[in-house]
Ligand binder design. Structure first.
Ligand code: SF4
Length: 74
């Protein structure tokens, strides 16, 4: 299983992850991203159907703010 959340202090509100993976990421009123499914807790596994777009967002985020883990974030 793979899990994701955003390091919101590193996010520069570029908009890319939501364009690439709208099922996974959304923005607050300041444009800072967070995960859709668990309000940035990082405890909801990435579904198989979302994994390709997750990888694309993860590798393209300009600041490395998209985090990944093989276990739920604390
Ligand atoms: S791609 Fe990275 S910097 Fe851009 S909005 Fe998403 S988390 Fe923030």
């Amino acid at each position: 299983m793979h899990y994701t959340k955003i390091d919101r202090e590193s996010c520069i509100a570029c908009g890319l992850c939501q364009l690439i993976a709208p099922n996974l990421y959304v923005y607050d009123e300041n444009g800072i991203a967070y995960t859709v499914k668990d309000n940035n807790a990082g405890t909801t596994p990435i579904s198989e159907g979302d994994f390709e777009v997750f990888k694309k967002a993860y590798t393209n985020c300009p600041t490395g703010a998209i985090l990944r883990s093989n276990s739920p974030f604390e």
